[in-house]
Design a binder for this molecule. Sequence first.
Ligand SMILES: [Zn+2]
Length: 209
Amino acid sequence: MPVADFPLGPLQTNSYIIHNEGRAVAVDVGGDPDPMLQYLTSQRLQLTDILITHRHFDHVYGVAALAEATGAPVHVPAEDDCLADTEAARGGIWGFPLVPDFSAQHIAMGATTFGGMTCQVLSTPGHTPGGISLYFPDDHLVFTGDALFYRSLGRTDFPGGDQATLLHSVTAVLFALPENTVVYPGHGPSTTIGDEKRHNPFCGGFLQE
Ligand SMILES: [Zn+2]
């Protein structure tokens, strides 16, 4: 299952398209989605769903435009609704622009399919109250939003952030995935679960060798 990465918007948020047999799913849309739309057209893909890992402004700037251009429904974590009226979700913080409004439905935790692809929706709060990770077991990959990065973790100083909760999400939920699972984070390069278990300096030597 191919994964295409488009770093978009003011914080170069990784915005992903995964696809299989002509159907595609988007994960986060950090800015003007034009490169994603061009990719969908060139690969002759139908976008079936737009999935949001957490409701921070830099992950949703392009959601309204992508939804309007494709008609795909938008899925957001319910527990992030409490952020709706904060600058962290609406934009405006640090002088960044406001997020264009979009309508969305809540995403259910657990096993499901998107675009015909098997997906496990994992609750990984801590960076935000409702943050999720999207695990595609058949393809050994997980989208972690801003919970887990290459050699780093998400910040917890935004509204609703909690460091102990985030550490639990990473070590108890994400590190329970198979070690060969490729991690596609919200910012920066990809990594693997096994690599971060051994080398992530913020996880307290979870698995020392
Ligand atoms: Zn974030």
